[in-house]
Design a protein around this ligand. Structure first.
Ligand code: ZN
Length: 445
């Protein structure tokens, strides 16, 4: 396999690699110090003197299908529960063709923003969409992006006291059987895996205790991760107290989820004691700053969770509450809302939010082979130029990505292969995708 030298970056988010890095066999083979040369001959050299090099960004929470219902009149200017109640009946119309386009669009958009690994939380399986996760696996493979596909689920509908309508839930046996099928077919536990499966009952207000407990047992048997929404709103706290007689973190413990296999989406409404408890058990949290701002949900206590021992990563969340799928933009939002929350500029830094989007997110997904630039790790990289007007006059190239508002990577590498070149995804007709996805979305008006 060819040895590629990514030479003399303008800046790189890695100590001791000022002269660049060597990539070989899909991995980072060597860090090159400033002014030094690679230790052995290379086959190819990429001049990175215009590029800021980051580890590939890792997205830890999304709902790809929601790209079909962005800025939807039924849902805008609402908070989570009424927002969901407006959208559930519209989402119930999801079909395989429009779903495939939504996945393709979300993954393409993520990739173009510098994302090299994406987790999706898919929990809608109306009749005809039984192969939803298979569709996601196919689309990710075609695009060459790494994914953690979570087999989401809902089985607590209105007739049983839950929030979603009866038409969008499945029964527990069906969910568990399909979860097992998907783990058997796709879950790759090896270093450098391109596809992993996780189990993801949707939220306390859409899933039974029994399904939560059974999912935890299944994850233990098959060594996969667990994911759910938790601590997103005060409405959820009230629901848990009324229905389960306890707060969400107590509920998590009761159903056997309080452990390092679990990462949660949002994690906002936790007390100091609950943050400490989650940290002690190494439960990961995906911070979704954009969605939390749009739905007026609140602020994730990132520093308290990290100090307690929880890995904290970054997510764009579904595109009906963001309404983008742009992870480098989410890093900027994490900085903005973090500083508003802490009232401290020093507590929330540019490099700190980039660490959430890389190392922190990788830890949430239980992966030690991605998220950093280091010898032996996967060659997943995001390269940004500072050529746009917005960057002119910027002095610290890494801080500039966050402060000046980078939105689009110039080059993206996954497992040693360039997947974005000159800011365009390789092999993807973006104009056609825009037209086809737009036409599909029109059916969800
Ligand atoms: Zn979500």
């Amino acid at each position: 396999m060819a040895r590629l030298f990514i030479k003399d970056p303008l800046a790189i988010l890695c100590e001791g690699a000022g002269g660049g890095i060597v990539v070989e066999n899909g991995r980072i083979a060597e860090l090159v110090a400033s002014g030094a040369a690679p230790s052995a001959p290379v086959d190819e050299t990429f001049d990175a003197s215009r590029h800021v090099v980051l580890p590939g960004l890792v997205n830890t929470h999304h709902h790809f299908y929601q790209t079909l219902t962005r800025a939807h009149p039924a849902a805008i200017d609402k908070e989570l529960f009424p927002w969901l109640q407006s959208l559930y009946p519209i989402w119930a119309r999801l079909d395989p063709d429009s779903f495939r386009l939504s996945v393709r669009l979300a993954l393409t958009e993520l990739l173009m923003s510098g994302c090299t690994t994406a987790a999706d939380h898919h929990y809608l399986f109306p009749d005809g969409l039984e192969s939803g996760i298979d569709i996601e696996a196919e689309e990710a493979r075609a695009l060459g992006i790494r994914v953690t596909l979570t087999r989401g689920s809902m089985n607590l509908s209105q007739k049983d006291g839950g929030l979603p309508p009866d038409s969008v839930v499945q029964d527990e046996d069906e969910i568990l059987a399909d979860s097992e099928r998907l783990i058997g077919r796709y879950h790759d536990r090896s270093d450098g895996a391109m596809v992993q499966i996780a189990l993801a009952p949707c939220s306390p207000f859409s899933v039974t205790k029994s399904l939560m407990t059974a999912s935890a047992a299944l994850a233990e048997t098959h060594d996969c991760r667990l994911h759910t929404h938790l601590g997103e709103t005060e409405d959820e706290n009230r629901f848990c107290e009324e229905v389960f007689g306890c707060r969400p973190v107590d509920y998590l413990e009761e159903v056997g989820w309080l452990g390092p296999r679990t990462w949660l989406a949002h994690g906002i409404h936790f007390t100091t004691e609950e943050c400490a408890r989650l940290g002690r058990h190494r439960v990961g949290v995906c911070h979704c700053p954009t969605s939390n701002a749009v739905l007026a949900s609140g602020f994730c206590p990132v520093e308290a969770l990290e100090a307690a021992g929880s890995p904290v990563g970054l997510g764009v969340d579904g595109s009906a509450s963001n309404d983008a799928s742009n992870l480098i933009e989410a890093a900027r939002h994490a900085l903005m809302v973090g500083r508003l929350r802490t009232k401290s500029a020093a507590a929330v830094t540019e490099r700190g939010v980039l660490r959430l989007a890389t190392e922190g997110s990788a830890a949430c997904l239980g992966r030690g082979d991605i998220g950093r630039i280091a010898p032996g790790l996967q060659a997943d990289l995001a390269l940004f130029t500072l050529d746009e007007l917005r960057f002119s006059g910027a002095h610290d190239p890494i801080a500039a990505l966050v402060l000046c508002g980078a939105t689009r990577a110039d080059r993206v590498m996954v497992k040693g292969d360039w997947r974005v070149v000159d800011a365009m995804p390789v092999g993807m007709d973006v104009a056609r995708l825009r037209a086809e996805h737009g036409a599909a979305a029109a059916r969800f008006a």
